[in-house]
Every structure is written in C-alpha cells, then in structure tokens.
Design a binder for this molecule. Structure first.
Ligand code: ATP
Ligand code: MG
Length: 240
C-alpha cells in the first residue's frame, strides 16, 4: 500500500527566552495507508509535538514532512489549514465539542468550512453519527450524553469529511475502562474499513489494539515494532 506519511529527520525546537527545548531531535517515520499505529513514550518525549506536526497544526523546525505525496514542511498557515480540513480528522482527550450545539451540529461543523450546503451537511453528519451508533442521539447536546457517547460524537466529527488519517491524542484518557474498550472497538471497525489511524496513549492495554507501536524517548524514536497480536474485543453492537 502507498505511503501516506513520510517524515525525514524531523526536528522541532521551541525557543523559550534564552532556553531551547528540543522536543523532537530527529524523527524519521513512514506510515502506509490503512495502518493502525500507537505512539507511546514518557511524558515530555514529544508525542503531542509529533502529532501536531503530522496533523499540520504545526511545522517542523527542520526536516521534511510529506503527507499524501505533498511536501507540507514549509507551508503557510492558510495552506496548512486547507490540508488539515481535507486530510485530517482529529480526536482529542477532552472531546472538544461545542456545549450549546446538538450532536448533529457538532458533527456538521467541519463541513461548513468545506463548503457543503445545509442539507448535505445534515445528511453527512447523520450518516457519521449512525456509523458510531448514535443515530438516536442526534438532537442531544454534549452534556446530555455519557463520556463514551461524547467521544463517539467527536469521532463522528473526525470522520465526517472522509479524511485520509484519523489522529487521536489520548482518546481514552478521560474514559473508564469499559467505555475505553467500546471506543477501541470502534477504532477497530474504522481500521477494518480501511481508515488510517494514529493514536497517542499512555496505556499499554490501549496501545495493544494498534498493529504497530512506536515508542518515543527524548525526542527520538526508541523502538518501532509491529504488534504481532493486536487485542481484539468480541465485536458487539456499540452500547448506547
Ligand atoms: N509550545 C511549546 N513551547 C515550549 N515547549 C514546548 C511546547 N510544547 C511542548 N514543549 C516541550 O516539548 C517537549 C515535548 O512535549 P510534548 O507535549 O510533545 O510531550 P508528550 O510526549 O506529548 O508528553 P505528555 O505525555 O505529557 O502529553 C516537552 O519538554 C515540552 O515541555
Ligand atoms: Mg502529549
């Protein structure tokens, strides 16, 4: 399968007054279309920094990043925003949903920037909510849902644009273990449908759902290993 992500010797240095923080020293990673990868590593090892660069929220200080055959290393803020809207679906630890908007409106939001008309936005948002098992919660607001359901809304929002890659930074960080496993079931389904998934996690048991585990340490790749036996839950309809 074709490569979707190619980073070559990526560096990221933050300048804090007189101090320099080398968050990434030299990271070279290739990820194929359809892979399911977990990034692990101690706090401060550079996981979020790397995810932000892969997600085009930030650019490297040095090195090259090719996303879907396009060199995005030196793009402007506007160019990056456009690539982001097209290529990336983000899932965050804290869900990042608009509290006053319904599930349907939250999920439809990225489609406004993509220029779809209202009825297309509603149809696509409904289908995305259906794909995460929430078709009967479309008019609920985030505070009328459980934590796991909120994260499923956030995943529906990440999927609605049909992005090339789903990036999830600690997607189960605020969920209990039962709910976390439900979310991992959902990621498994998305992966089986051909989506490319990259997630950051601190938890070994969550990382073991992924088919490849990359460990960072001090801004470098420490290990990059195929997971020979990814965890599988018994498939069941996602609980409501
Ligand atoms: N915006 C910033 N300005 C300055 N330094 C930063 C910034 N963002 C991150 N850093 C520093 O870069 C290093 C890597 O941070 P990063 O957030 O990537 O770590 P992480 O692996 O995601 O950690 P955690 O597991 O705690 O989320 C840390 O030393 C951090 O203090
Ligand atoms: Mg982090």
């Amino acid at each position: 399968m074709g490569k979707i992500i190619e980073t070559s010797e990526i560096k990221k240095t933050y300048i804090m007054g007189a101090e320099k923080v080398e968050a990434l020293k030299s990271v070279t990673i290739d990820i194929d279309k359809g892979e399911y990868v977990a990034f692990m590593g101690p706090s401060g090892s550079g996981k979020s920094t790397l995810m932000n660069i892969i997600g085009c929220l930030d650019t490297p200080t040095a090195g090259r990043y090719v996303l879907n055959h396009k060199d995005v290393s030196h793009m402007s803020e506007n160019e990056l925003a456009e690539i982001r809207n097209k290529e990336i679906g983000f899932v965050f630890q804290t869900f990042n949903l608009l509290p006053r908007a319904s599930c349907l409106e939250n999920v439809a939001l990225p489609l406004i920037y993509a220029g779809f008309n209202k009825s297309d936005r509603q149809d696509k948002a409904f289908m995305a909510l259906k794909s995460v098992g929430l078709e009967d919660r479309v008019n609920h607001k985030p505070n009328e849902l459980s934590g796991g359901q909120r994260q499923r809304v956030a995943i529906a929002r990440a999927l609605v644009n049909d992005p090339s890659i789903i990036l999830a930074d600690e997607p189960t960080g605020n969920l209990d273990s039962k709910t976390s496993y439900d979310i991992m079931n959902l990621f498994d389904e998305l992966h089986q449908k051909g989506n490319t998934i990259i997630m950051v996690t601190h938890e070994d048991d969550i990382a073991h759902y992924a088919h490849r585990i990359v460990r960072l340490r001090d801004g470098l790749v420490e290990t990059d290993l195929v997971n020979p036996n990814p965890t599988k839950n018994n498939f069941h309809a996602v609980s409501k």
